[in-house]
Write a protein that binds this ligand. Structure first.
Ligand SMILES: Cc1cc2nc3c(=O)[nH]c(=O)nc-3n(C[C@H](O)[C@H](O)[C@H](O)COP(=O)(O)O)c2cc1C
Length: 198
């Protein structure tokens, strides 16, 4: 079954970013696509140490096994679609999201591209400013991995948990992004008999 994994980089579990992501997932589920949301809140994730062991070992893992990164790399590699969501923290993604994509990205490169041609989307929640720069960070990762991005990203506006639910345009963007992702996933599957073109 076609599956999408969504990663919420917020330090706040079930906050505004999670709300936006869930609107996307609802649309995907309506199209018969399996979804899973994982949240980085409460998890300590170290950054990449540039040790290059992943290029020596080439075992689809980061050599540091004391946090959730390897588990999430596996989930991303097994999924057909990847949604990356983050609140804006000082005009960028959270430190945890950056640490995850840095390490997952290098492990992927060391293993001939674990995420190549998956379908991806980016979601951010902001109080007022910085969404563009944060999306840029997420897009740089998605593009670097040859992930296919179907259309517009999602930006929701809100400060306290639940505020984004009053941002009609943000919710509409999330639903639109979910539908676009489902469309591409279904089209690719119909064409190739499998999601994975690699
Ligand atoms: C450390 C920190 C930095 C923030 N920096 C920004 C910022 O630069 N621009 C902005 O619009 N909102 C900023 N915010 C507000 C959050 O992006 C906003 O509250 C968002 O809705 C939180 O989403 P969440 O509930 O998923 O965590 C910041 C919040 C925190 C905790």
């Amino acid at each position: 079954m076609t599956k999408v994994i969504a990663i919420n980089g917020s330090a706040r579990k079930d906050g505004n970013t999670a709300i936006l992501i869930r609107h996307m997932l609802e649309e995907l589920e309506n199209e018969g696509i399996e979804t899973e949301l994982v949240q980085l809140a409460g998890k300590t994730i170290r950054g990449c140490t540039a040790c290059m062991k992943c290029f020596e070992n080439r075992d689809r893992r980061c050599v540091f096994d004391d946090d959730i990164v390897n588990e999430y790399i596996e989930k991303m590699a097994a999924a057909d679609g990847i949604i990356l969501g983050s609140p804006v923290y000082f005009s960028d993604v959270t430190a945890e999201m950056k640490a995850l994509v840095d390490r997952a990205g290098f492990v992927s490169f060391a293993n001939d591209g674990l995420f190549t041609r998956k379908v991806g989307s980016a979601v951010v929640a902001q109080r007022r400013t910085g969404a563009t720069h944060s999306l840029d960070t997420l897009y740089h990762f998605l593009f670097s991995q040859d992930i296919i991005i179907p259309g517009r990203p999602t930006v929701g506006v809100g400060r306290e948990v639940g505020d984004v639910d009053t941002d009609d345009e943000g919710i509409a963007a999330a639903k639109n992004a979910g539908r676009n992702m489902a469309w591409v996933l279904k089209a690719v599957t119909a064409m190739s008999g499998t999601h994975s073109l690699k």
